[in-house]
Design a protein around this ligand. Structure first.
Ligand SMILES: [Fe+2]
Length: 314
């Protein structure tokens, strides 16, 4: 809890300590920012009126920093200050409480915001687990080294050329990393096999799209990434998998990652083939578009970036 008056700090500690909370205090906005970054709390109670860095400015700094923005923040205002409430909403405050405190209201707010923090922590760690799974898969197969990073880079560049909004670009960056996360469910003997796959083995490999989709589950933060994971092997002429979608029934972000995934597979070494130079990869990508597998304007937009020298060959 942050307040410049020692008396107020003592009062709040006295009110909250019996609830079993570990209450840390800071006497001004600048100290609060430093200690919140060093040791992130589960909840911040912040007085608005403080000298130098006031509560609104400190709130804004906390809500702009990705490392601290998910910590619920309650601004403590005097009863009649609708002006500082507006400024607080604008700065991203999660809740307000008025002085003088109603002890029951204070305790109820604290309880409910801490519950909320617990949920966001769970979501946060679920996403972290999925991201680390994706890294594990890349590490299993040393021939695809750097594939995920390149796909993110290619995908975001193509998305930008398409004029997509920042949310879509963020989904492409994530989709590049996560698109093959479902390969965690495919045995090494199949995934890393040299030589041709049997029909049964290929059916198994196809399942990585569905498994990955399921892994992303209901995570809100991956809502826009799931269609990429599921549909990046769909083909424009309906010949892809897992759903046999055709044309623009295939989500656009999945088509973007689909195009750059094919290009990266062509231009890097795999157990069954050497790497093609970019120029030869471009010829082959155009051939696949001409045969109907990839959307031609996406391929041309991407190859314009390649031919302009936006990327370096791996
Ligand atoms: Fe894939």
């Amino acid at each position: 809890m942050v307040d410049d008056l020692a008396e107020n700090r003592r009062l709040l500690v006295a009110l909250l300590a019996p609830g079993g909370y570990d209450v840390q205090t800071a006497a001004n906005g600048a100290d609060a920012l430093a200690s919140i970054r060093a040791n992130p709390p589960d909840l911040i109670l912040m007085d608005v009126m403080m000298p130098e860095v006031d509560g609104i400015a400190a709130c804004r700094a906390i809500k702009l920093d990705p490392a601290t923005r998910l910590i619920p923040l309650v601004l403590v205002t005097s009863l009649d200050s609708s002006e500082s409430r507006l400024a607080g909403i604008d700065a991203g405050a999660d809740d307000f409480i008025s002085k003088p405190f109603d002890i029951y209201e204070l305790q109820a707010r604290v309880r409910s915001l801490l519950r909320l923090k617990l949920y966001t922590d769970e979501l946060d760690s679920a996403e972290a687990i999925i991201l680390s799974l994706a890294q594990t898969i890349e590490a299993r197969d040393h021939t695809t080294h750097g594939h995920c990073q390149r796909l993110s880079g290619y995908g975001v560049a193509l998305g930008r050329a398409l004029g997509l909004d920042p949310d879509d670009l963020a989904a492409l960056a994530r989709g590049g990393v996560l698109h093959d996360v479902g390969k965690i469910g495919i045995p090494d003997a199949v995934l890393l096999k040299h030589g041709r796959l049997t029909q049964a083995e290929f059916e198994l490999v196809k399942q990585h799209t569905v498994i990955g989709d399921r892994l992303c589950g209901e995570l809100r933060s991956l809502r826009k990434v799931r269609p990429i994971v599921r549909s990046h092997h769909e083909r424009y002429d309906g010949s892809g998998y897992p759903d046999g979608l055709r044309g623009d029934a295939i989500p656009l972000l999945a088509q973007v990652i689909g195009v750059v995934d094919v290009f990266d597979a062509l231009t890097t070494e795999r157990p069954y083939k050497p790497a093609m130079p970019f120029a030869a990869g471009a010829v082959e990508l155009r051939r696949q578009a001409a045969r109907g597998g990839l959307r031609p304007d996406l391929v041309e937009l991407f190859l314009a970036l390649v031919e302009r020298g936006e990327f370096t060959a791996p």
